[in-house]
Design a protein around this ligand. Sequence first.
Ligand SMILES: Nc1ncnc2c1ncn2[C@@H]1O[C@H](COP(=O)(O)OP(=O)(O)OP(=O)(O)O)[C@@H](O)[C@H]1O
Length: 282
Amino acid sequence: MENTIEVKGMRKVFGQNAAIKHVSFNVKRGEIFGLLGPSGSGKTTTIKILTGELGQTTGDVKVLGIDSNRFGTADFKARIGILSDNSSLYERLTVYDNLKLFCRLYNAPLAHIDDMLREVNLEDERSKTVSKLSKGMKQRVLLAKALMHKPDLVFLDEPTSALDPGNAAQIHRGLQKLNEAGTTIFITTHNMEEATVLCDRVAFLHNGELQELDSPNVLRYKYSTHAFHVETFAGDKLVIENERGNADQIRDLIASGQVKTMHTDNPTLGQIFLKVTGKELV
Ligand SMILES: Nc1ncnc2c1ncn2[C@@H]1O[C@H](COP(=O)(O)OP(=O)(O)OP(=O)(O)O)[C@@H](O)[C@H]1O
């Protein structure tokens, strides 16, 4: 499969501080790729380099087949969408007028506005002044803005951090639909559930270095001890190692009718991150 993003030996230094040390990865066309890391790990810096807001100190970076020294071109900008801390709205204009301005800027049809407002569940707010919206609503308008010109690739920096679970789930469904229609999505998050639900592959970023890169399921299998976790009707909780010698114990337990639940060890991405880096993902 063709790569939408190719990063080789990327390094970014701010003064004495190497925010990104030596990072290499590819994002395949059509995938949802998650960059996971705690605060200060270098997620935003990575997005800024991939979108041309910052230049890398060294290394090769290519997005949509375009080399990083041409990220300033109108062609490149028209093909990517960005939702980040820097994304902003005109507070005194209505939701609709904000999106209209953005449509004009990118020569996108105005009909996209209603499509997008439906996607982000803001149809009833279209005539409201932005200053009167809640933080979560503003975030959804920003998301609509990032997607308005139907870009090939979208960068989303912590897109649901300001949203309640209901709105976050709706955004996830919208992103999945967008992805099914062919859009590649690059998302940063420290929300492990979001990453598990959404991402085809995730990379762990820790202190400016990539530690793991694979699909959530492969990582969960790789870091599973494969032990059996058993809960009995009496409320006892047992962990039985998945070893040949324990087969009799498991068989006897099941035969005794005492087993309420039984499942194999299945660590969350957060637990795996902690195991790999020694640091919590939050
Ligand atoms: N413009 C800058 N000048 C100097 N240092 C910077 C600059 N931008 C980022 N850094 C430093 O680079 C490191 C990575 O920061 P970055 O914002 O990329 O992390 P992050 O993973 O996005 O964190 P968060 O989740 O809190 O947004 C931090 O040590 C930060 O202080």
